[in-house]
Ligand binder design. Structure first.
Ligand SMILES: [Zn+2]
Length: 694
């Protein structure tokens, strides 16, 4: 697993995203801008700041029926996908004037939109792969069949809830070496479970059991749709659940996975062959045409021992069932309507609480973004990302980095030696804003106007091959892990970069017409969040070069851990709207980034205002003080709500606190907030034991 530290998990994927009343084909929804009118002045900001800043927004923006949740992020994502849709519609018009890129993305979109053809084809486009699986006679042939399957399913995407679960048996990709981040290695990761986390297989509570019962039925129904007779499909579903449960048992748990040192298991080819004697890696690599990797990073050796025992203990019939299911599951949302509906019923409705499928034009726009992202992104950026936005972003990034530098200098708990390394890391951190300098070349991907499933498989194979071709090569740090229209941001500790796609550089996150206070509270806190990821409990283990190398003195590390423990304890909290308790150890990195990010964004704003002869306590044009505007704008980007099912899945599987806590926990740790709103000790938004790392 790459240690990308994301701002949020906004699934712009198949079943979880977007529909609003304004979303009929063609029209662009309005962008939302920050305004004091959103504040409910009848409430007390010192009691529940999230309610004060967001309750009006949440009331005015109910969760659409095809969504698991709705917030300002989704609202901007919807705007972006409508913008992408517009460029795709234009590109889809057959015209001799189309550029090669327009032709490619336009034909992809047209093929996806041809619902009649997709429905008429039914399972036929997948039949060759299903037949290959049906012909599997011996378990010794697993390497070749997996090599074939891995190339036709969409490779793991950063925007998915946990990329580790997107794969068949295991995940394979390229990543920088932990000890030398300048060389790309092959990484072999745990995967092969269709539910969003191992806890879904292993937990014993009533809700988990209920989900597994429904999952069994879903697996059986999907197999039936593909032509397996009913009694057999039910038996196969039992085998699938048993096999995935074994993988879940062998998998590394989600908290342990956060420690890069636990994933740094370098092995040679003979060593990985010895790890799984029943699975011949040399045959797998020969079949995928993968170049030799100097070493193989095995993120979880125990998982692969589990794979070995799975190969030994399950019959060839059970393996055929598992592989057939895995292929159907991976591509169901792009198949004909019965498959799409069945997939949505379980993953959208049962796991996400979503009531209806979003319109086809939007699903096709999202698929185009996933499958041909940098081709789609070129057209999007040309139209929607003016260069002056980039210039203002750069100013803010610089101001916020200076604020962290001052914070490091002033820290009483770090020695000069550690401070020096921290500053060196900050100086080396590269910021990437908007879109890549070099666009990916998709000219070798064949896109046919009448073959949607073929297009999906060919673009997936292209992406698979692109990734494995990098084994042993120098690492390319200019590459992006997100597409330009994405409403998200990330820090990459192994490249030591912070990355802000053009998609998030729109209101209410970034607004060229808004004041500095409003921008620093919104995108400034996002910038701060990503910078701080380089210094959270995970990021601090990587040095300026991106190598996994300890640059902390023992005493400073102890001081860090103490401060971090305060955050972990604070966020180990009940989350009533999700019906589960949050694990503060899982969210420690994100919570540290949230708290530190707001802190340095505010310091960056203070410096900026000072240089303009202004002050934080001064009233701004809208009557509120600059400081109040800063905090209200911060809360505003996290306004939103989740369905209970989506909230439960989110708290269980990923490290981001829910929106309400991203606002209230952060502000209640800050004396500047109490000052801005006149809150005093004893009130809920003034924490007696306030935490502060950065
Ligand atoms: Zn983050």
């Amino acid at each position: 697993m790459r240690f990308f530290a994301l701002l949020t998990v906004l699934a712009l994927a198949t079943t979880l995203p977007a529909q609003t009343p304004a979303a009929s084909s063609g029209s662009m929804p309005d962008l939302e801008r920050f305004s004091l009118n959103q504040v409910d002045k009848s409430l007390d900001p010192c009691k529940d700041f999230f309610q004060y800043a967001c309750s009006k927004w949440v009331k005015a923006n109910p969760i659409p029926p095809d969504q698991g949740g709705w917030g300002t992020f989704n609202s901007l994502a919807l705007w972006n996908i409508a913008a992408v849709h517009k460029t795709l519609e234009e590109a889809a018009q057959p015209s001799p004037n189309r550029t090669p890129v327009q032709q490619k993305v336009g034909d992809y979109y047209a093929a996806c939109m041809n619902e009649d053809a997709v429905n008429k084809a039914g399972i036929a486009p997948l039949q060759p792969e299903l037949d290959r699986i049906a012909r599997l006679k011996k378990k010794s042939e697993l390497p070749e069949i997996l090599a074939s399957i891995h190339q036709i399913i969409r490779p793991a995407n950063l925007n998915f809830i946990d990329a580790a679960y997107q794969g068949v048996v295991f995940g394979i990709y390229s990543q920088p070496g932990f000890d030398n981040a300048h060389t790309t290695l092959a990484a072999l990761d745990q995967s092969g479970m269709a539910l969003p986390g191992r806890e879904f297989y292993l937990n014993d509570d009533a809700k988990s059991k209920e989900i597994r019962d429904k999952y069994l039925k879903h697996v059986a129904r999907l197999l039936e749709l593909s032509g397996i007779p009913q009694p057999q499909a039910a038996m196969d579903a039992q085998a699938v659940l048993a096999m995935e449960t074994e993988l879940a048992k062998a998998a590394m748990d989600i908290v342990a996975r956060r420690d890069p040192r636990k994933q740094n298991n370098k092995m040679s080819l003979p060593q990985i062959e010895a790890l799984t004697p029943s699975f011949k890696w040399s045959r797998y690599f020969a079949a995928t045409h993968a170049p030799a990797s100097p070493q193989y990073l095995v993120t979880a050796p125990s998982f692969f021992r589990g794979v070995e025992s799975l190969v030994r203990s399950h019959s060839i019939e059970q393996w055929r069932a598992y592989l057939r299911w895995s292929v159907l599951h991976s591509l169901a949302s792009s198949l004909s309507q019965p498959f799409v509906d069945e997939n949505f019923d379980f993953f959208g409705r049962t796991l996400g609480g979503t009531q209806q499928l979003q319109p086809r034009w939007r699903r096709c726009s999202i698929y185009a973004d996933i499958d041909l992202g940098e081709a789609v992104g070129q057209a999007y950026v040309a139209k929607y990302f003016p260069p002056e936005n980039k210039a203002r972003m750069l100013q803010m990034v610089t101001a916020i980095k200076i604020a962290l530098e001052q914070d490091i200098d002033a820290a009483t708990w770090m020695s000069d030696k550690t401070k020096q390394s921290a500053r060196a890391k900050l100086a080396a951190q590269v910021d990437k804003i908007g879109y890549p300098d070099h666009w990916r070349d998709y000219s070798s991907v064949e896109i046919k106007r009448d073959d949607f499933m073929g297009n999906v498989q060919r673009s997936s194979a292209f992406e698979f091959q692109r990734r494995i071709a990098k084994f042993g090569q120098p690492e390319d740090r200019s590459e992006w892990g997100m597409t330009p229209p994405t409403v998200n941001a990330y820090e990459d500790p192994q490249h030591n970069t912070i990355n802000f796609p053009a998609g998030i550089l729109q209101p209410p996150f970034f607004d060229a017409a808004a004041s500095d206070a409003v921008n620093y509270g919104a995108i400034g806190a996002v910038i701060g969040h990503e910078i701080i990821h380089g210094y959270d409990d995970q990021g601090r283990k990587f040095d300026a070069e991106g190598n996994l190398k300890d640059w902390w003195t023992a005493a400073d590390a102890t001081n860090y851990d103490q401060r971090d423990q305060c955050i972990t304890d604070e966020y180990t909290q009940d989350v009533p709207e999700a019906g589960v308790k949050q694990n503060g150890k899982l969210s420690a990195g994100e919570d540290t980034a949230d708290n530190g990010g707001v802190h340095i964004a505010l310091a960056g704003l203070a410096n900026t205002l000072k240089s303009q002869g202004k002050a934080l306590d001064q009233p701004a044009e809208n009557g509120a003080s600059e400081l109040e505007n800063f905090f209200l704008s911060y809360a505003n980007v996290w306004c939103g709500s989740l369905r209970p099912e989506t909230a439960r899945t989110a708290v269980m599987t990923q490290g981001h606190s829910l929106d309400r806590y991203r606002v209230n926990n952060v502000v209640s740790n800050m004396p500047e907030f109490a000052h801005a709103f006149g809150c005093h000790a004893g009130q809920p938004m003034v924490r007696a034991n306030a935490c502060r790392v950065w």
